[in-house]
Design a protein around this ligand. Structure first.
Ligand code: ZN
Length: 234
């Protein structure tokens, strides 16, 4: 087997591997993206629920405090009638005003917390709906991906094994050149000469080079796209 034939054989296997990768398409990327979206939603729902619980506890604590303060205010009001001096009366009235101000503060906080809790509950409701749709979609895509991967994995392993063997047959400098072109030219490093043109980019190939390519004398590359050239004998 000539040097160029070895490269052609390697290219064939690489192309088959590329076909398998294309069969899976962007499905693995999509599955990954959906998984990330799903975890972000789950986290947001969990955080929201924890905050709702916290707010609920705070609100009931405020309720208790407000009841205590109201009882105190009522008691003080009753005591007002029993007082004999203006000084005592003023002092108690001052205490009642102070308690009422405290009550107002707690009422405002309760209102704020209740609003936050309601907004969160709305958010979680819609997030849970999104999560349901997303999870369903994810399960479907994941199943599809698994089927495709199962179908192609045996073939892929076989081809990868063959590729490794073929690579051992190719000289190191040629191989690194092959790899460079492979990544620069979308996986096609070797093309056949079509008439007088490069089968990859269409550039003109001089007759002298064509005859050498035909005779498989060394390895030739296209001046324009750098791909290896070979002659396909039908
Ligand atoms: Zn070319």
């Amino acid at each position: 087997m000539s040097a160029i034939q070895r490269i052609v054989a390697l290219q064939k296997i690489d192309s088959q591997l590329q076909d398998i990768a294309e069969l899976l398409g962007d499905l693995p990327v999509k599955v990954d993206a959906l998984k990330n979206e799903e975890s972000a939603l789950i986290k947001s729902v969990e955080d929201g629920k924890a905050r709702i619980k916290e707010l609920g506890l705070e609100i009931s604590k405020f309720d208790g405090q407000m009841t205590d303060i109201r009882v105190k205010i009522e008691k003080h009001k009753d005591q007002l009638f029993l007082l004999t001096t203006n000084k005592q009366y003023d002092a108690l009235q001052h205490e009642i005003d102070h308690l009422k101000a405290g009550l107002d503060d707690i009422e405002i906080k309760t209102l704020e917390f209740t609003e936050e809790k309601e907004t969160l509950e709305e958010r979680i409701k819609s997030e849970e709906e999104n999560l349901e749709t997303l999870s369903k979609d994810l399960v479907e895509r994941r199943e599809k991906l698994e089927v495709l991967m199962d179908e192609s994995s045996e073939e892929k392993t076989k081809l990868e094994f063959q590729r490794d063997k073929k690579r051992q047959d190719v000289e190191d400098t040629t191989l690194s050149r092959y790899d460079r072109i492979h990544s620069a030219r979308k996986g096609i490093s070797v093309v056949h000469v079509q008439g007088t043109a490069c089968g990859g980019c269409g550039a003109f190939i001089p007759p002298q080079i064509i005859s050498e390519v035909k005779a498989e004398k060394g390895s030739h590359t296209c001046d324009s796209c750098s791909r290896f050239l070979y002659w396909e004998s039908v």
